[in-house]
Design a protein around this ligand. Structure first.
Ligand SMILES: [Fe+2]
Length: 418
């Protein structure tokens, strides 16, 4: 049986009271707090007014014997409210996951919450009603070859106080396998260690699917493929259990009011790029032409910085999705999978164009990095290097600003789009 300690001592509050006329601390109090082994905040619907909260419990935690509840209140309110959780098994594990979706929240507000019987009070923030103030979030992918690498880039991103993080696939590298359960435990532990601010604000994450979420990596590697919930849950058991969004069929769109839409794609992992998913992509983008910021996010790059330009999945992305991005006014698309950092030139009709789409990313948040194509000799590359990084995105009105920060904290690239 794989199990870590029932109670974790993760948050230690050190209260120091300074006495008048005394030059040093006169009183120090250390208080141990109890936390669940895993906590995940994400969204299934509008982040202005909802929040989905998952927490995990170990098998002999008393939480399991009672009906699991989440307590929450708006910061400043006196009265705590309560919401019942839905509980289900963490795949191949003796842990239980408890899930609550809070709805009807007020935009741009801080809320406090406690999960089950755990002592620590956390906070979350609903997203703002508009972009009159800058909104900061972090983007990347390919998060955990080593927990220490993931934590380092998490910390680098957290220096910018992001409101949330978007990861476009290849999360724990468990490949849907029971014998790689511990990789998911590490993934959740990395987030417990690094994605909670000093004030206790838990940073939500929005994820997409990558090849390392799926047994075989790509649907066409499995003779038994069928486009059903049952097949996807069998072949990508962790992904479809542990993440409320995008949920089935493995791709989806998250709308932040009318100012931001994250369009999360599945690059042949549990759904073909072409066919129903491309039809959905067309509908989704066409209906969001009035949205200020629309970002496609997916795993396999259309414009790879390490792998071959002629790769079959990259070709399908360019054939089926890129024309839609160009048609419906996408400014930036986030790509992953190559374990490098890349920024393309603006591209339209397969050529450099001032009003083209920029492809950013290539997925090296917490993984071993790879070599890159020569920027000089590759028509579509503007910047490429094999380095772990996070992309810090700031939206302010209709402006987009990008800062690319390495795990060590230094800035390696910057881009501003009007
Ligand atoms: Fe990948």
């Amino acid at each position: 049986m794989f199990r870590s300690s029932v109670f974790r001592v993760a948050g230690v509050a050190l209260a120091v009271v300074m006495g008048i006329g005394v030059s040093g601390p006169v009183q120090a109090e250390v208080e141990a707090q109890q936390e669940p082994p895993g906590l995940l905040l994400t969204w299934q619907r509008d982040p202005l007014t909802t929040m989905t909260i998952d927490w995990q419990t170990e098998p002999d935690h008393p939480e399991e014997t009672a009906a699991p509840v989440l307590r929450f209140k708006r910061v400043g309110d006196a009265r705590w409210q309560q919401a019942d959780a839905q509980s289900f098994a963490f795949p191949f594990s003796d842990r239980i996951v408890h899930r609550v979706e809070l709805t009807g929240l007020e935009p741009g507000r801080a809320y406090r919450f406690r999960v089950g019987g755990f002592q620590r009070a956390y906070q979350f923030q609903t997203m703002p009603p508009d972009l009159n103030e800058p909104l900061v979030f972090a983007v990347g992918g390919d998060t955990r070859h080593r927990q220490s690498w993931m934590e380092r880039t998490n910390r680098a991103a957290m220096q910018y106080d992001p409101q949330f993080i978007v990861w476009g696939g290849d999360l724990a590298y468990a490949d849907g396998r029971a014998d790689r359960l511990d990789r998911w435990y590490e993934w959740f532990e990395a987030n417990m260690n690094t994605l909670i601010t000093d004030q206790g604000r838990v940073v939500p994450v929005v994820v997409g699917i990558g090849n390392h979420e799926v047994q075989g990596g790509y649907y066409y590697n499995r003779d038994d493929f069928e486009p059903t919930d049952a097949w996807r849950e069998r072949r990508a058991p962790y992904f479809f259990s542990l993440f409320a969004f995008p949920g089935h069929p493995g791709y989806g769109v998250l709308d932040f009011g009318d100012y931001l839409s994250l369009v999360i794609g599945d690059t042949d992992h549990t759904n073909p790029v072409e066919g129903p998913q491309t039809e959905w992509m067309q509908r989704t983008l066409s209906r969001r032409q009035g949205v200020t910021h629309v970002f496609p996010v997916y795993h396999v790059p259309g414009y790879p910085s390490h792998r071959s330009y002629d790769g079959a999945v990259s070709q399908r992305v360019r054939e089926h999705w890129v024309p839609l991005f160009e048609q419906y006014g996408v400014r930036v698309a986030f790509e992953n999978h190559d374990h490098t950092y890349k920024r393309t030139v603006p591209i339209r009709d397969g050529d450099v164009a001032e009003d083209g789409v920029v492809y950013l990313g290539d997925g090296a948040w917490g993984v071993g990095t790879r070599s890159v194509h020569s920027v000089e000799d590759t028509w579509y590359l503007a910047h490429a290097e094999g380095t772990r990084h996070a992309i810090i995105v700031t939206l302010h009105g209709d402006r987009q600003h990008y800062l690319v920060v390495r795990e060590q904290g230094d800035v390696i690239d910057e881009l501003e789009l009007p």
